[in-house]
Ligand binder design. Sequence first.
Ligand code: FES
Length: 103
Amino acid sequence: MSEWHDVAGVDDVSDGEVLGVAAGNVPVALFCVGDAFFALHDLCSHGAARLSDGYVDGDCIECPLHQGLVSIRTGKPKSAPITDPVASYPTRIVDGRIEVEIP
Ligand code: FES
């Protein structure tokens, strides 16, 4: 059964930034693009790298290890060497806090 987790305040991550957080025991990379928040599993699908240590490039995150790109909005791979998607989690705002739903 899925569960919502309070992970950060809406002011903790700004437009164009990424923040590494934990949703229960799941590592999550939390993004703000424009005024919307997105959450991805905080592990590259290509290797042992945290996406929250990478670089935001528009609506993609660039992995810090081999510079593959992943869509912040969907988790889909956008450039080599990444071929598998990264899990994307729903977000919502409750009383100024960002919550992430983990399945
Ligand atoms: S570990 Fe992320 S691109 Fe290789």
